[in-house]
Design a protein around this ligand. Structure first.
Ligand code: ADP
Ligand code: MG
Length: 178
């Protein structure tokens, strides 16, 4: 079936949810800056941002805890253009992709969790992001912004969050009040 894009009533803007994560070089500051920078992307604005959360790393455990959050964007950028813009932000934050493992430490990770109601499965971009239903650090902040959002094939964000407790996660109060 041809995917169609959910547009809001007033413009050509699509609602997208972005997962943010960092565990290097002042993680909460990295996330706070990334929120501002995403809001400054062309044809894009931030509609909402979650609190910050602290979570244990997925995969290799010999790395610092992560700070995670989710942003709700309204954007006119096509999915691959948005992905490219997010990669540029990761690079501007000093992210090195070369010798880190897939789940290695990183200064900034920006994943497109959901883009309207588009489903895509290509090597470069999978939508919705395939790890959403398994990751506490995505589901806790996403449930703040979109509890009734349905992740295709998995159910609502709220129900998924209620069943998902790994990796260990807690609210990061200090940074959330900055
Ligand atoms: P991860 O986020 O899985 O830890 P990376 O950030 O290094 O790993 O991303 C690896 C690749 O995943 C990227 O080069 C990107 O092309 C691809 N990718 C596939 N789907 C998505 C998505 N929904 N959001 C962000 N990247 C994605
Ligand atoms: Mg990523």
């Amino acid at each position: 079936m041809k995917p169609h894009r959910q547009r809001d009533a007033l413009s050509d803007r699509i609602t997208a949810y972005i997962g943010l994560g960092s565990n290097l070089d002042g993680p909460s500051g990295q996330i706070q800056h990334a929120f501002m920078e995403m809001g400054a992307l062309s044809h894009t604005s931030i509609l909402a941002r979650s609190h910050l959360y602290k979570s244990r790393p997925l995969g290799p455990q010999n790395q610092p805890d992560y700070i995670n959050a989710v942003a709700k964007l309204a954007t006119e950028l096509e999915p691959l253009v948005l992905l490219q813009a997010l990669r540029k932000l990761e690079e501007a934050h000093g992210r090195q992709r070369t010798d880190e493992g897939r789940w290695g430490a990183r200064s900034l990770d920006l994943d497109i969790l959901v883009y309207g109601d588009i489903c895509l499965d290509t090597p470069e971009l999978t939508l919705p992001h395939p790890g959403i239903h398994l990751r506490s650090f995505v589901l806790y902040p996403l449930a703040e912004l979109a509890p009734t959002l349905v992740i295709s094939g998995h159910g609502t964000v709220q129900a998924l969050r209620d069943r998902c407790h790994t990796p260990a996660i807690e609210r990061y109060e200090e940074a959330a009040n900055e």
